[in-house]
Design a protein around this ligand. Sequence first.
Ligand SMILES: [Zn+2]
Length: 165
Amino acid sequence: MARARADIANTAVRIFLQEMGKLHDEERKLPPYRKSDFATVREFFGNRCCYCDTAFDSTTAAHQDHLIPINRTDLGLDAWGNVVPACRGCNNKKQGADWRDFIIRRAGEHAAERHARVTAFLAKYKYHPDLHRIRAVAEALSDESAALGMTLIDAKIRRLREPKA
Ligand SMILES: [Zn+2]
């Protein structure tokens, strides 16, 4: 049951962070980030993977990666400034790694230049969510949604066990 509780909590936090992303876009007077805006993001990075600099073409697809992962620990948002282009290899290997560390791993001697490009991207979109506030709400939501979800599931099962009238 611990696994089920964690699944409910993680899903609730993820949805919350997606919604907070829309709010952060609104705060910055930007239209809500949509998947179709990815072309603009790709263009900023010269149509290359922001980590290893691989060029995207007909054989190498660009994946939308969240620079700061959308989870309870990292609290990344689905918003302008936090969606970056990554090749499949980088997207798969990054997992929960910090983007700065990951750039060092993937870019080697070009790490400083690549770091500067991502920093310029964050600055362009003024990505500065209020993490202190978001963390407090995400933690409460995580606990409450797990408790509520499990209570509902238990109640439904109990009803099913009742003899039919
Ligand atoms: Zn890459």
